[in-house]
Design a protein around this ligand. Structure first.
Ligand code: NAP
Length: 349
């Protein structure tokens, strides 16, 4: 994690030869969003999709929302050889944590570039692995052989706190991040806590305190910018299909006028098409970023000016998963960062 990079323009003009792309875990929520976005990406030729349970079926049969995609799902491959023979050069893995870990070396050794949506490599310090919080990546993304795509909660929380902590404003007292997530954050496999009757009309905290894995990811990202200190992270499941709203309280070492904080955040994200610091007085809502790769955020002061509040909203399946994965790949491959990615959200859903 380093200073945010301005959006890089490619040295050439599109159309540029499309690169062969494969998606592992294509039938899940993250995988299907990757596939949906990649089908219209001018730099991607979607050549291979992996699934354990739906192999042999056209993707359109599994996801009727993609009616023209007659590409047939393959068995989830252990070995990348068949995909490479078909022309795949980049693999997006949308498999659950641990499911790709043992195979990663084979894919990388075969020369494939990988963008992994799981948590398997987010804490890795191995050479060639880059933690892909895009707006805070520098040139290390260019050298990445494997991009560890950030978690959805971690994306919202880190985008909200990094401008303040890197400015030296954090007192070192605990940062408190309370976040709400839609149920698609838990993936497509059915479970009791994500059953409609259990969660459709209720809101519940889960894995609070020090329990959630994204806390370690947030701590690692803070350490990368030379900041260490306590963070309290409290996730909540709320009855909506998609979206994350993070409310972050940052204790201040010294007073910072709200207008100065607002200007600082806006400057930090100048050049980012996807991170928007809202006008003073406005607050973000998940419905405004649903279907978009944006992160909308807003700032307030609290407790007599001793605490900076930052509110951040993302779509967990886009900026929190598939969208950011493609944003990272755009940076790696030289396409403008916004290629194939929606800035506007859906009007309603
Ligand atoms: N959902 C989110 O908001 C979100 C956000 C950020 C990151 N992520 C990460 O992205 C990855 C995918 O998440 P998701 O929400 O798309 O999950 P999902 O809906 O459960 O989909 C995962 C897919 O992987 C396949 N799979 C292959 N091996 C598997 C195994 N051993 N166990 C279970 N499924 C297996 C499954 O398809 P087959 O059964 O057909 O093989 C399944 O469709 C996860 O690592 C997740 O943590 C998700």
């Amino acid at each position: 994690v380093s200073a945010p990079a301005a959006v890089r323009e490619p040295a050439w003009s599109p159309p540029h030869a499309a690169i062969g792309v494969g998606v592992l875990g294509a039938t899940g929520y993250g995988g299907a969003e990757l596939v949906r976005l990649l089908t219209t990406h001018p730099g991607a030729a979607l050549l291979a999709l992996g699934s354990r349970h739906q192999a042999g079926k056209p993707m359109a049969r599994v996801w009727p929302s993609l009616p023209d995609l007659d590409l047939v799902l393959d068995d989830d491959p252990d070995d990348p050889g068949a995909w490479i023979d078909r022309g795949v050069a980049v693999v997006f893995s949308a498999l659950p944590h641990g499911a790709f870990l043992a195979r990663a070396a084979a894919f990388l050794d075969a020369g494939l570039r990988v963008v992994d949506l799981s948590s398997d490599f987010r804490l890795s310090t191995a050479e060639g692995v880059t933690y892909g919080l895009t707006e805070w990546c520098g040139t290390e993304l260019d050298r990445a052989r494997l991009v560890a795509n950030p978690g959805c909660y971690a994306t919202a929380v880190l985008l909200a706190i990094l401008p303040a902590v890197t400015a030296g404003w954090w007192s070192g007292s605990p940062i408190i991040a309370n976040a709400l997530s839609g149920v698609s954050g838990a993936g497509r496999s059915p479970g009791l806590t994500t059953h409609f009757v259990e969660c459709g009309n209720s809101a519940a905290p889960y894995r609070v305190g020090d329990e959630h894995a994204h806390l370690r990811e947030i701590a690692r990202a803070l350490a990368r910018v030379g900041q260490e200190g306590p963070v309290v992270f409290n996730p909540h499941l709320v009855p909506m299909a998609r979206g994350i709203l993070a409310t972050v309280s940052i204790p201040l070492a010294a007073p910072v006028p709200l207008a100065a904080a607002q200007a600082h955040f806006a400057t930090r994200y100048t050049g980012s098409a996807f991170v928007r610091v809202l006008d003073p007085g406005d607050l973000p809502e998940t419905r405004h970023v649903r279907g978009s790769n944006r992160c909308d955020m807003a700032l307030r002061l609290a407790a007599g000016g001793t605490v900076l509040l930052v509110f951040a909203a993302i779509d967990n399946l886009l900026k929190g998963a598939a969208g950011q994965a493609i944003q990272n790949w755009n940076r790696i491959s030289g396409w403008p960062e916004t290629t194939g990615l929606p800035v506007a959200g859906w009007s309603c859903a």
